[in-house]
Design a protein around this ligand. Structure first.
Ligand code: NAP
Ligand code: MG
Length: 502
């Protein structure tokens, strides 16, 4: 048996939640609730409201009022920055508590939350970094094209009310990456978290209010895509949609944005390649690649390197190290320090992942190890033994579809041209890694691979650097200047300086 998470829930004070609308903690008008079931133990964690259209409307109107009439967009930029820094300080001080609440949501093990990108520290750094943008959002002055004595310059202004929707795999980090730049720009926000990761978001929302955000600036509506997300993305008073999630839902969000020409940014899925040449440190390449699909979130990561393109001469060492990493995976209660990896988030995902593994076998790939549901003591959770396929061709479903589980598809290649062709033969373009000791080869591949982020002999996410996708992996960028500018409109001002120009 996986030990119970209930004592941790009680210690953390997680009980039935409310959503945050206009600075007030509210139930749904209908009284509807959703009870969260823990993905490792099957225990009920607690319930929260399911916001219907009336609740979403109230939240959007609160954000609208806060934008149109409230102090936030009008506040001195430095003051906005101070509040963002106060959020960072509180997130840092409560970092451990936040990641524990997150473990009640999605069962990401605490051992993994020590890794920077899933820590409270990362959340704090994202807010702190973006706090610095509040007083640096400058326009530019342009030379008058038609001559004469007049000034032409641009202003950057906040886009307005942002409707943000995030998934469940890294709720704290994903919240920060949307909300910090939007707040820095002077926007107000209504956020819908996933119903599979609500409690950590509510805890962080409480800290954000404590930091001094004026009421209505940040609102959280809880509930599933239907009805809550749907009501938010179709609300006519929302100016911009900012979505992170699957490609299928992203396409719906983009269609919703078409009505009324809402601005839209999308952070979607991937099928990212790790390209491993024979001159690389093959052991590190394999450990990192297999690590991203098995440790921590068990491959439920948008940038997981799920297609390993391995030079034929490096294959043997790559497989041996991958197997060693898979053998380190330990499942169970996320609060247990020995546990390394999360279960799949829900039974639907479990069925999907097992279905794709079967499909890989049917299509002729060799399942070298893993790929079955964990039974016995682990039967309470959605656990799948880490799997690795060889003899994969890039046409197979396991090479084309985002599996979002602990499955690595290994495709071997003989030369650089072939590796590049296969790397780019995908509808996605989120991340890629290139493993080689030849810097010129690394740069040739970097320039030629169509993806938003390329890691050379490693991979990390940085709070201040643009992150996002080419092609079906999304549009727009999170992190740094590009993110903040994505929450602004550009206004051009024409100012004649002499009477003749009038
Ligand atoms: P998902 O099914 O697309 O859901 C994402 C969010 O959208 C959830 O809050 C979801 O609510 C909501 N939603 C669903 N249908 C909606 C609708 N019609 N209108 C408005 N909102 C709706 O994604 P997921 O399974 O939670 O997360 C995994 C996906 O996220 C993967 O594809 C992964 O690659 C991607 N991801 C991308 C990034 C990135 O930065 N590029 C980061 C993390 C994850 P429900 O909970 O009801 O589905
Ligand atoms: Mg979903």
């Amino acid at each position: 048996m996986v030990t119970s998470i209930t004592p941790y829930r009680d210690e953390l004070g997680v009980s039935d939640g409310r959503m945050l609308i206009g600075g007030q903690w509210s139930a749904a008008a209908s009284g509807a609730t959703w009870t969260h079931v823990h993905p490792a133990t099957g225990e009920q964690v607690a319930a929260f409201p399911v916001a219907g259209p009336a609740d979403v409307d109230r939240a959007v109107r609160a954000a609208r009022r806060a934008f149109d009439e409230g102090p936030w967009p009008r506040m001195r930029a430095g003051e906005r920055g101070k509040i963002l820094r106060a959020i960072a300080d509180l997130a840092r001080a409560h970092g451990e508590e936040l990641v524990k609440v997150q473990a009640l949501d999605n069962s990401v093990p605490l051992s993994f939350a020590e890794i920077y990108v899933t820590s409270g520290e990362f959340v704090a750094d994202v807010f702190e970094h973006h706090a610095g943008w509040t007083d640096k959002l400058a326009g530019e002055t342009l030379p008058p094209f038609q001559g004469g004595d007049h000034l032409v310059f641009t202003l950057r202004e906040p886009v307005g009310v942002v409707g943000a929707v995030i998934p469940w795999n890294a709720p704290l980090m994903l919240l920060a990456q949307k909300v910090a730049p939007a707040l820095a720009a002077g926007c107000t926000i209504v956020l819908k978290p996933s119903e599979y990761a609500t409690f950590a978001v509510l805890r962080l929302a409480g800290l954000m209010m404590e930091a001094g955000l004026p009421e209505g600036v940040f609102n959280v509506v809880t509930g599933p895509g239907d009805p809550t997300g749907d009501a938010l993305v179709n609300h006519p008073m929302v100016d911009k949609l900012s979505f992170t999630g699957s490609r299928a839902v992203g396409e719906k969000i983009m269609a919703a944005a078409a009505h009324g020409c809402k601005r839209v940014s999308l952070e979607l899925g991937g099928k990212s390649p790790a390209v491993v040449f024979a001159d690389a440190d093959v052991g590190t390449a394999a450990a990192t690649t297999m690590g991203t699909v098995t440790l921590g979130l068990s491959g439920q990561v948008c940038v997981a390197q799920t297609r390993a393109l391995v030079h034929r001469e490096a294959l043997e060492e790559f497989l041996a190290t991958s197997q060693m990493i898979a053998s380190m995976v330990s499942y169970g209660n996320p609060f247990d320090p020995e546990v390394t990896s999360a279960p799949l988030i829900n039974p639907r995902q479990l069925d999907r992942v097992l279905g794709l593994i079967t499909r890989g076998q049917e299509e002729g790939a060799t399942l070298v190890f893993g790929g079955t549901r964990e039974e016995g003591d682990l039967a309470t959770g959605n656990f799948v033994a880490p799997a690795l396929f060889t003899d994969v061709s890039n046409e197979m479903a396991i090479a084309r579809e985002e599996i979002f589980g602990p499955v690595l598809s290994v495709i071997s290649f003989d030369d650089e041209d072939e590796a590049l062709r296969v790397a780019n033969d995908t509808q996605y373009g989120l991340g890629a890694t290139v493993w080689t000791s030849d810097i010129r080869r690394a740069m040739r591949m970097t320039k030629a691979i169509r993806a938003g982020t390329i890691g050379i002999n490693g991979y990390q996410v940085e709070p201040n650097s643009p992150f996002g996708g080419f092609r079906s992996s999304g549009m727009g960028r999170e992190g740094g200047r590009a993110a903040v500018e994505g929450y602004t409109e550009l206004k051009t001002v024409l100012l004649p300086l002499t009477d003749e120009m009038m």
